[in-house]
Write a protein that binds this ligand. Structure first.
Ligand code: MN
Length: 473
């Protein structure tokens, strides 16, 4: 059983700012981590769960260079401990022997920071010391290529927000050309409860969903139909994992919200647009969204992300101020994250021809989300809703305002409304194989990549979030 009552949060100084663990001069004895092109230097150390190739057991780990560190083994050797918050914990077994990161994240920022320091002390460049230490360096590190990465967290609850104003405006205009943004948008972080059971790890095949679709337009008397989705789409999103949760009835304040965030991942919120269009009123997303959500394999910790924080999105002069429960000066100053995000597409034909995947979007639009992660979390709990360690909430589709920065096909192939009051035909993407796409075809593979770079710091990455479409059964 993974769930345990949330531990109280220990208020250590929580990282808005970088510290010595982000020092770009740190190097590791794991040579591949020192390569400037690696997204996994010693300054990153994202957390994961993987199948140990020799022991055939699930192990918690951290990525460095092209290796995974076996954290269970390091705990056994006394190198990783869980007493960083000043409390001695007496568990039946170490939290590092779990099969998912929920308890590690749920111990809070004190443990996360202490664990990061201990991992760095083990991995930092320098002589191993004795023979025992040399052996541990060998046995605790595994080639990532030989390990199967698993979902890092057992997600019990999943929420999806709608925080990109560019996305909300473009999509809104498809349904309401005269009134794209509903009056609540600039006051309330809009979201819905998604489904945790269909969250899958990167690489899991995505079966094209079947569903009910609206009657064809211009055919009075025709009824709805049921069949394979014809407008299958991806959604580029960033996900946040909750660390320490809150008790039912006790909201997390905006000032404390960032301390309840343990780390980020990439999310592809697969969407069936034809099913969505027919089913979404009046209660919102349902079967168009819950057939699969892919997450990247690593939890990139808030400590690793500290150098890449930035100002929250600057609202327009005419925009309303958020209500007080959503407003915190520090969050406005450092509540954004500058992450470069890319989406790549390859078709079955392209792979047959040996063609490389094609990049179909790139942006840093996550820093321009209308709401910060802290605002989303504060809002989510403002009614007393309880979050649990390992709960996931995603940002909503991340889109910029420019062509080439859109986070889904629904937007990137949209050409607006014609002078005759009818939607213009969608503009397809042309692939290197000569094929065209307005939505995803069977065999298409979507890869999301993300990384953070900033002058004076080592670049850190999220790894990949990959899914390939299989035909409906
Ligand atoms: Mn979404």
């Amino acid at each position: 059983m993974l769930w345990r009552a949330p531990l109280s949060l220990v208020h250590s100084a929580m990282p808005y700012e970088p510290n010595q663990t982000n020092d770009p001069s740190l190097k590791s004895w794991v040579e591949s981590a020192n390569d400037a092109s690696s997204h996994f230097p010693i300054q990153n150390l994202p957390l994961c769960a993987f199948l140990h190739p020799d022991e055939e057991a699930v192990v918690l780990g951290a990525r460095i260079g092209d290796k995974l560190v076996d954290m269970g083994l390091l705990a056994e050797a006394g190198i990783l401990t869980d007493d960083h918050d000043g409390h001695a914990h007496h568990h039946e077994h170490s939290i590092f022997d779990d099969v998912a990161l929920n308890h590690v994240l749920g111990h809070g920022p004190g443990l996360m920071a202490g664990m990061r320091k201990q991992l760095q002390e083990f991995l930092v460049d320098g002589p191993a010391g004795g023979q025992q230490a040399r052996r541990l360096r060998q046995s605790a590190l595994l080639d990532v290529a030989k390990c199967e990465l698993l979902p890092p967290v057992a997600v019990m609850n999943y929420t999806d927000f709608y925080a990109s104003i560019h996305h909300a405006t473009t999509v809104g205009s498809m349904f309401r050309p005269d009134n794209p943004l509903l009056p609540n948008y600039k006051h309330v972080p809009i979201g819905y409860h998604g489904r945790a059971s269909s969250i899958v790890e990167s690489g899991t095949p995505i079966v094209r969903p079947r569903g009910q679709q609206s009657p064809p337009e211009g055919e009075p008397g025709a009824g709805p139909s049921f069949g394979p989705c014809k407008m299958l789409d991806y959604e580029l999103e960033v996900g946040a994992f909750v660390g320490v949760g809150n008790e039912l009835g006790k909201p997390i304040s905006i000032r404390e919200a960032h301390e309840h965030l343990a780390g980020l991942c990439l999310v592809n919120d697969w969407s069936a647009r034809d099913i969505q269009k027919w089913e979404y009123q009046p209660l919102g997303p349902f079967l168009a969204k819950n057939f699969a959500t892919t997450i990247s394999p690593y939890v990139v910790t808030m400590d690793a992300l500290a150098p890449f924080r930035c100002k929250a999105f600057s609202r327009g002069a005419g925009d309303p101020q958020p209500l007080a429960y959503l407003m915190d000066q520090r969050d406005q100053e450092l509540g954004g994250f500058d992450i470069t995000l890319e989406v790549w597409l390859s078709s079955a034909k392209m792979r047959e021809q040996g063609a490389a995947a094609m990049r179909i979007s790139r942006s840093n639009a996550f820093k321009d989300m209308y709401w910060t992660l802290a605002q989303m979390l504060a809002h989510h709990t403002s009614n007393g809703c309880n979050m649990q360690a390992g709960d996931l909430f995603a940002s909503g589709t991340i889109s910029g305002s420019e062509p080439g920065t859109r986070g889904c096909l629904l937007e990137s192939t949209w050409q607006g409304w014609g002078p005759d009051g009818k939607a213009m035909p969608r503009k397809p993407i042309t692939l290197p194989s000569g094929e065209t796409r307005t939505f995803l075809a069977d065999g298409d593979e979507v890869t999301i990549r993300g990384w953070c770079e900033r002058e004076g710091y080592r670049t850190i990455g999220f790894g990949e979030c990959v899914g390939r479409i299989e035909g409906a059964e």
